[in-house]
Design a protein. Sequence first.
Length: 210
Amino acid sequence: MRLILLGAPGAGKGTQAEILSRLLSIPTISTGNILRAAMKAGTEVGLKAKAYVESGQLVPDEVIIGIIRERLAEPDCAAGYILDGVPRTIPQAQTMEDMGIEIDCALSIEVEDEVIVRRMSGRRTCKDCSATFHVESNPPKTEGKCDFCGSELTIRKDDAPETVKNRLTTYHRETEPLKAFYAERGKLREVRNQPSIEATTAAIRDCLGI
């Protein structure tokens, strides 16, 4: 199964991607993680991305999609994959389509803005492996420590309420139109946010028939 996860920042895409990855035995491809990995590995496309990041510029679509295509060519993606964080815009989605990156389903997790703002203020991220937790809905076993690698959990600057509101404005303007893009292709499915992570997972499994 080749999935794209859509939804506002803080909608739970990363958490559900991790769960679906285990259920389906396919990798989650997170744009941020593979950008960092490509830059660290010093691949040709990674070095291009690094030049933009270090100068404080946005990484262009063709560089991001190039890194995605590199990653999807690896053997562990042969049986499917989950894309989290890409595409963010219709031009990115169109570029992916033009490059022959195949998608079976674009799954949108629908959450109200006010819920997002409240939720993100409690989010904690591992500084080393990028795993995410939440002080209320998904707390780590040991406060302040990652369950997976034991490293320190931090509050990202972009989880501050005003920053979150700005990110939501950008999402509604630039990324939400992707729902119409994939609906036109008969690939959009929507799942309403549920009271718990487990309930949301159950709704997603029911929607996908898995």
